[in-house]
Design a protein around this ligand. Structure first.
Ligand code: GLU
Length: 256
C-alpha cells in the first residue's frame, strides 16, 4: 500500500464568511475512498485554522498575534468538522500540531515519526497543521505547503498531493493571461522561480504558487513526486489516484 500526504489549503476550506463545509466533506469522502479501497495510507495536512477562527472572531489577520489567537479558536472547529464527517465512514482521526523544530532535531523528529507510525498502524487518519499558536519566527514554516513537503519526506510518503485554489502550474500567470497553458509534467524548477515574491490568492492563505514550487523543489531532491490539483473540483485527483489517469493538474517529478 502506498503512503500519501494530502495537503488542503485555506482558500479551499473557506467560502465568503463561512467554512466551505461541502468542500471539507468532499475531501473526507475522497480520503475515505482511498483508504477503504486499501490503495493508500493517508496523512492529511490541513490549513484553515485562521480562516475558521475568523468566522467566530473578527480580528485583523495581518497582525501575527491575532493570527495566533484566531488559529487557537479555529483549529478545534476544523477538527470538529473533520471528525464528524470521518465518523460517517467509521474512520477515526487525530490531530498533530507541528513546528519546524520538530523536523530539525533528530530526537524530536524520531519521536514524531514514532507517533505517526502508531497512528497509521491503528488505521487513524492523522490531521496535521502548523502549531500556529506557539510558532514564533524561529519555529515557523510559515506555510503549510512546505510543512506538507517535510511531512512527506519525514513520514516516508510515496507522494505529496496538494489540493489548492491553484489547479496546476501554468506556463504563464493564468490570472493575467487567459491563454496560459497547464504544465502537466515538471521535472525542473528554475532558481529564479523559487525567488519570486509570495502571492497567495486568498486573504487567509499564506502560500501561493511560489510556496508550492518550493515544496516541489524540496521533494524533487528527495525523489518524492508531488501532484498539484484543484481542491474545488476533485475529479482530477480522483482520476489520478484511483484510476491512474493524469487528465490535468501538475506532476512534479525528478527525471530518471
Ligand atoms: N496554518 C495556517 C492555518 O491553518 C495556514 C498556513 C497556510 O496558509 O499555509 O490557518
Amino acid at each position: 500500500m502506498k503512503r500519501i500526504v494530502i495537503k488542503v489549503g485555506s482558500a479551499v476550506l473557506r467560502e465568503g464568511s463561512a467554512l466551505a463545509l461541502q468542500r471539507l466533506n468532499n475531501l473526507v469522502d475522497l480520503i475515505s475512498k482511498l483508504k477503504n479501497e486499501k490503495k493508500y495510507e493517508v496523512i492529511l495536512v490541513s490549513s484553515g485554522a485562521v480562516a475558521a477562527g475568523n468566522i467566530t472572531l473578527n480580528l485583523d489577520k495581518t497582525n501575527i498575534l491575532n493570527r495566533q489567537v484566531l488559529s487557537s479558536i479555529g483549529q478545534p472547529l476544523l477538527m470538529k468538522h473533520y471528525k464528524k464527517r470521518f465518523s460517517q465512514y467509521n474512520i477515526k482521526c487525530a490531530q498533530m500540531l507541528l513546528v519546524a523544530e520538530d523536523f530539525d532535531s533528530r530526537k524530536r523528529s524520531k519521536n514524531v515519526q514514532e507517533v505517526m507510525e502508531i497512528l497509521l498502524k491503528n488505521n487513524i487518519i492523522p490531521i496535521i497543521n502548523e502549531n500556529d499558536v506557539i510558532a514564533n519566527e524561529e519555529l515557523l514554516f510559515g506555510d503549510n505547503d512546505q510543512l506538507a513537503a517535510h511531512c512527506a519526506y519525514f513520514f516516508k510518503a510515496d507522494m505529496l498531493v496538494i489540493l489548492s485554489d491553484i489547479d496546476a502550474l501554468y506556463d504563464e500567470n493564468p490570472n493575467i493571461n487567459t491563454n496560459a497553458n497547464i504544465l502537466k509534467n515538471v521535472n525542473f524548477i528554475k532558481e529564479e522561480d523559487l525567488q519570486m515574491k509570495h502571492s497567495a490568492n486568498s486573504e487567509f492563505a499564506t502560500g501561493g504558487i511560489v510556496t508550492k514550487l518550493k515544496a516541489a523543489h524540496f521533494l524533487m531532491q528527495k525523489n518524492i513526486p508531488m501532484y498539484l490539483s484543484s481542491g474545488f473540483n476533485l475529479e482530477n485527483v480522483y482520476d489520478y489516484l484511483l484510476e491512474d489517469k493524469h487528465n490535468s493538474g501538475t506532476l512534479f517529478q525528478k527525471q530518471g
